[in-house]
Design a protein around this ligand. Structure first.
Ligand code: SF4
Length: 84
């Protein structure tokens, strides 16, 4: 039996345990504060991603291949399907 952890298909990195949160923090640290969306816009974008048919395993967007949280945090980021 595999000891590999499995996560729900619709989980974001922030919801994938300590490893996911650490990976997310590493990515987000690369984005300057002035280049980040505000908290409300970030959460709104992620809510749309959570409901999206394009959200794949490992919290990536099947349309663009990005981690959705990494894309959503960027002020100039956009959804490849124009959902946000
Ligand atoms: S970035 Fe757009 S297409 Fe990709 S999962 Fe989020 S809402 Fe869906």
């Amino acid at each position: 039996m595999s000891s590999e952890k499995r996560y729900c298909r619709k989980c974001l990195l922030s919801e994938q345990g300590e490893n996911g949160r650490m990976q997310l923090e590493k990515y987000l640290a690369a984005i300057h504060k002035e280049d980040r969306t505000d908290d409300a816009a970030y959460e709104k974008r992620l809510e749309r991603c959570r409901a999206c048919e394009q959200l794949g395993s490992d919290a990536t967007c099947l349309s663009c291949g990005c981690y959705v949280e990494f894309r959503a945090i960027q002020k100039r980021g956009s959804c490849p399907k124009h959902y946000w």
